[in-house]
Ligand binder design. Structure first.
Ligand code: IVH
Length: 702
């Protein structure tokens, strides 16, 4: 080959040709290196090619395109993407499993909006695509970013990968799009493409994908977008995120605006005017399920009027205006090989059926919970039985019944242990004080004496929604616990100090599987989590009935660790109890669990050791900028512009506490016509009282 011309001396045509050639060549070597683990040239020669490409792109930036190797994420497959915080959270959907659930859904909407029974509620029905959702952000008609749903708040930045899908336009035609437009939809793979991809995987000696959904997820989340580009991914648009201008007043019409901008929308979407019509569409789609050419796992219903969607809003993680009607579960039969007893974080003894592995609905199932001893009795499952296993969508698999209950020579009925299989303490079923009923769950009474409880609590403590320490997951903490290095949460944070002082013998770095670097990394990862939000900390403690949601409520209510701690240590005080019970979402059960937890001196001492190691961040106020954030409000009288449920949900979304009665703690009474004793009490106590219209004005919704 003749000597290469200096980049500075190339004209544009020569440069373009050379750019194409270099990009192709580098792409080939990248594939050989990263995917096939078989580089064909030395690193130095490879670097030379890249440097020349970079020099050309520096002189002719117009050649930089998506497929240029210089634009690829990361030089090596790090397994990581950047993060994108969704401007509008990506929520999940509630489920309906039968006709009654659908009727309830519509009735709930009617009630919430205060519509009388004759008012027509139009609802769209469309297939629920079994893929993975993505958010595409367009600014001034140009695609600027694309992300996976992630945890709903933050997703992975897969912009370059999404850009390789032919169903995803890079620039929107025309000019009638909002300046900021986020299109949401499902990335999926057709049955035909899935089969072809798996055939290719087999040819290349690579593992096959389990189902089209996994294939789509695996293909989208490739570090190298040129690999994604070779995968036949498709995209259906069905929703939106942030918009600088509304798309329409109707869900149906809004989605159809996507058509004109080059998106694929699902042709099976229909607008329905009654539950009967909705169910007809459901059965119609179900009948076509096998011939659609792609996987669907149900039908999604959405209230068509967008002003109603707005009023309905969200409850926990799903909108009130939409629901997924799932197809019936898939079933399979297999043999029950044994029943194991697992001891949970709160001492619960859970029987788990060990099954001969069987595929149900595309997933291999080998363990299934039997819930509790009554359930075993009720179903009369015995080791050796053939059982029917069922799995519906993302619902956990379950044993439906014994298939051969009348065969001769069945095994003995299962005897549930009355002692903890781990620590030997008594395992009891408590009586519910109020109902007098026997608790369904048998619990180990060993508390923190029980290694299983301790170990599960520690696993929960480091889990993703709790301390989430990088490189220190459930396996690791279990090992450290078993080796006696970590017997309570605070011990995680004293590991470094104890390792340096020689208290830990042999020191971690001398143990198998560890070295200086990995130990230093672990300690740094632990240090990074010394600063923690109040909500995460409360969730991490694993107090019964205080999960992620309740932890968040508590954090928002008390704001800081010190006020929370002061309150829960003082739960015998009626005012403190009343204050806690006034929080929407906190009832007697959580209150009792908190009382029990904080009245145990061992817990309090362990907590004091833990908090001494931490910096606990105060909770953010919800909508701190809303004029009613943190205020306690009461609604009374007849409300004319909203129903009571709606009023309450709106106020809570703005960070207000909604109470049912007026007291001196009330900040604001919103009184409609016919307000009686509450208005009087408010006047007596000097609580500010306003009309419904004034309320809308106050919250900026005139
Ligand atoms: S609407 C606020 N429509 O289902 C709700 N979701 O279980 C926005 N999905 O995360 C979602 N097909 O991945 C909607 N036609 C469809 C859908 C659909 C599939 C997925 C989506 C979502 C999940 C919720």
């Amino acid at each position: 080959m003749s000597a290469l011309k200096d980049v500075d001396h190339l004209n544009e045509t020569e440069a373009r040709d050379e750019h194409t050639r270099l990009a192709r060549e580098i792409g080939k070597h990248d594939k050989a290196y990263y995917q096939d683990d078989a580089p064909k040239i030395s690193d130095a020669v490879y670097d030379g090619l890249r440097q020349r490409l970079i020099a050309i792109e520096a002189r002719f930036p117009q050649f930089v395109d998506l497929f240029s190797p210089t634009q690829r994420v990361g030089a090596a497959p790090s397994g990581k993407f950047g993060e994108i915080t969704h401007a509008v959270p990506m929520l999940s959907l509630g489920n309906a499993f039968n006709d009654e659930d659908v009727e309830d859904f519509v009735a709930r909407i009617r009630r919430f909006l205060g519509l009388d029974e004759h008012e027509k509620i139009e609802i769209t029905a469309e297939p629920k695509i079994d893929g993975l959702s993505a958010n595409l952000r367009y600014e001034k008609g140009q695609l600027v970013s694309g992300a996976t749903r992630g945890d709903g708040a933050t997703g992975e930045d897969v912009t370059r990968n999404l850009m390789t899908l032919k169903d995803i336009p890079h620039a929107l035609p025309g000019n009638d799009w909002p300046e900021v437009l986020e299109v949401r939809g499902e990335v999926y793979m057709s049955h035909e493409d899935f089969a072809a991809l798996n055939a290719r995987q087999v040819e290349l000696g690579r593992p096959e994908y389990k189902n089209p959904r996994n294939a789509a997820a695996g293909s989208l989340r490739q570090i190298d977008p040129s690999v994604t580009a070779q995968r036949p991914l498709r995209f259906f648009a069905y929703a939106w995120g942030e918009l600088s201008q509304p798309l329409s007043g109707s869900q149906f019409d809004a989605v159809h605006r996507f058509d004109a901008w080059g998106f694929q929308t699902n042709s099976h979407m229909k607008k329905c005017g009654s539950v009967a019509e909705i169910l007809e569409v459901y059965h119609g789609i179900e009948a076509q399920r096998a011939s659609l050419g792609y996987d669907i796992d149900g039908v999604v219903y959405k209230v068509d009027r967008l002003d109603w969607q707005e009023r309905l809003g969200f409850a926990s993680r799903a909108p009130r205006w939409a629901i997924a009607h799932k197809f019936p579960a898939e079933q399979a039969t297999t043999v029950l090989e044994g029943i194991d007893i697992q001891v949970g974080r709160t001492g619960s003894l859970t029987p788990v059926a060990r099954l001969k592995p069987v595929t149900v609905g595309g997933v291999v199932v080998s363990n299934v919970t039997l819930h509790n001893e009554d359930e075993i009795l009720r179903k009369d499952v015995r080791v050796g039985d053939t059982v029917v296993v069922q799995r519906a969508g993302d619902v956990i698999p379950q044993i439906v019944r014994v298939a051969d209950a009348d065969r001769a020579g069945r095994g003995e009925a299962f005897v549930f242990p009355t002692e903890c299989p781990v620590c030997g303490s008594h395992a009891l079923r408590e009586h519910d004080e109020k109902t007098g009923k026997l608790d369904a769950v048998r619990r180990c009474t060993g508390g923190m004496v029980c290694d299983a409880q301790l170990s599960r609590s520690l696993e929960h403590f480091v889990s993703r929604k709790a301390f989430d320490i990088e490189g220190f997951g459930s396996k690791q903490v279990e090992t450290f616990h078993a080796e006696g290095l970590v017997r309570e949460p605070s011990a995680i944070f004293t590991l470094r100090e104890r390792n340096i002082s020689g208290e830990i013998q042999p020191p971690l770095q001398e143990r198998e599987g560890w070295g200086e670097t990995s130990v230093a990394n672990l300690f740094n990862a632990i240090d990074e989590r010394r600063r923690i939000s109040l909500a995460r900390l409360l969730n991490a403690l694993g107090i019964r009935h205080v999960g992620e949601g309740t932890a968040q409520l508590l954090a928002r209510t008390y704001g800081s660790w010190s006020s929370f701690f002061a309150a829960v240590r003082n739960l015998s005080d009626e005012t403190v109890r009343a204050e806690l019970l006034a929080v929407d979402g906190i009832g007697d059960t959580a209150l009792e669990a908190l009382e029990q937890y904080f009245s145990e001196p061992l817990n309090v001492e362990a907590l004091e050791r833990l908090t001494a190691q931490l910096t606990i961040e105060d909770a953010e106020q919800v909508s701190a900028d809303s004029p009613v954030a943190g205020k306690t409000v009461v609604f009374t009288g007849t409300l004319e512009r909203m129903t009571r449920d709606e009023a309450k949900a709106k106020a809570q979304s703005l960070g207000a506490k909604v109470s049912g009665s007026v007291s001196k703690k009330t900040d604001l009474l919103i009184a409609g016509p016919g307000a009686g004793s509450k208005a009087k009490k408010a006047a007596d106590l000097g609580v500010e009282t306003i009309t419904e219209d004034a309320w809308f004005e106050l919250i900026g919704e005139v």
